[in-house]
Design a protein around this ligand. Structure first.
Ligand code: HEC
Ligand code: HEC
Length: 291
């Protein structure tokens, strides 16, 4: 009797192991074919400005759009995330130094990366959040690219990106924003220029930078970081709906909410701290208008 139970148990366990192995094989193939997909996008080139004030704006955008958080203030790149089960994510060295961008990396390669989330080899970039960036106006985009290309070379060889089993499963389930190229409207026509003004329209333009974490509709939900804190609703139906404009400005500048509770470090208020008054007030106008 005992022998029989043991036999059946072994069989069940064996079948389960087989099912898990098959599911994982399926996921691996699915994820690797998405990561190796070749995209035929038409990345236009842009005329880059040379004057100093525009480079200054590019520098500011580099910080307030979060590039510095991942690529570093020196543009040399770093290990952004490393977990034995999920994977190791290294951002690129964006300079012309050792370990940096290839010598033939042209303006249109920058545009392909930033507007489409695709590398020089036409395959998707991993974890690079181009879906938060691609709607930038031509002017702002050109300013960021001109600034990046004017920076000093940094010699830094970074280890390769490695997506490990849990990372693949999370990608297959669309639980992490691995493949920005899949979230982008590749036919989107960006405005040539956006005039800075305190208006919901300008706020909407800026709020694209918040959608990567607060979700497309800004109503919050699951964190984009595995195991991260859930992300709050920041529209009129959330706490922001009850805050005054000055309370909102203060929160995004100091990292402390009106009720005294600090924002966790997962909310990049060090980035929003650098927004000017027009930008923060426009964001407020837009978020308040969004039911
Ligand atoms: C969440 C982290 C993150 C942020 C924010 C981010 N990047 Fe990246 N970026 C990456 C990673 C990771 C890669 C490498 C992707 C790969 O190799 O598959 C990358 C790749 C790139 C590339 C392509 C390099 C190449 O080898 O083709 C460019 C260009 C780039 N980033 C520029 C920027 C700029 C400019 C910004 C701000 C507007 C920015 N990134 C914001 C993580 C980030
Ligand atoms: C990298 C992810 C990330 C990005 C990008 C991001 N946020 Fe957040 N945000 C968070 C997280 C996580 C919290 C919750 C923090 C906590 O619980 O302490 C948060 C909290 C907030 C809060 C407080 C809401 C409340 O209910 O208390 C506001 C306001 C806010 N974010 C506004 C913004 C705006 C505006 C942008 C875009 C300019 C933005 N966030 C971009 C992750 C992000």
């Amino acid at each position: 009797m005992l022998k029989k139970i043991l036999k059946v148990t072994l069989k069940v366990v064996g079948l389960l192991v087989l099912a898990v192995a098959l599911a994982y094989a399926y996921i691996s193939i699915n994820v690797s074919s998405r990561m190796n997909k070749v995209y035929a996008v038409n990345a236009a080139t842009l005329d880059l400005p040379k004057d100093k004030t525009i480079l200054g704006n590019g520098k500011r955008l580099y910080t307030i759009k979060g590039c510095a958080d991942c690529h570093g203030a020196d543009l040399g790149g770093k290990v952004v995330f490393d977990d034995p089960a999920v994977g190791r994510i290294t951002s690129a060295n964006l300079t012309s130094g050792k370990g940096g961008l290839p010598a033939n990396y042209e303006v249109k390669d920058w545009v392909r990366a930033l507007r489409h989330g695709i590398g020089q080899d036409s395959k998707p970039l991993l974890v690079m959040p181009s879906h938060d960036i691609y709607k930038l106006s031509d002017n702002d985009m050109a300013a960021i690219i001109a600034y990046c290309r004017s920076q000093k070379p940094v010699d830094r060889d970074l280890p390769d990106i490695e997506i490990r089993p849990v990372g693949k499963v999370l990608t297959a389930l669309d639980k992490i924003p691995m493949l920005s190229a899949e979230m982008i409207d590749h036919n989107y026509k960006a405005p040539a220029e956006m005039l800075p003004e305190i208006s919901p329209a300008y706020g909407e333009y800026l709020a694209v930078a918040c959608t990567g974490c607060h979700h497309e509709n800004l109503k919050g939900g699951e964190s984009p970081v595995p195991g991260g804190k859930s992300v709050p609703d920041i529209t009129a139906s959330g706490a922001v709906g009850k805050w005054s404009e000055s309370q909102f400005v203060n929160t995004l500048r100091t990292g402390v909410r009106p009720n005294g509770v600090k924002l966790s470090s997962e909310m990049p208020w060090q980035m929003t701290k650098g927004y000017n008054d027009t930008e923060i007030k426009a964001l407020y106008a837009y978020l308040k208008s969004k039911k």
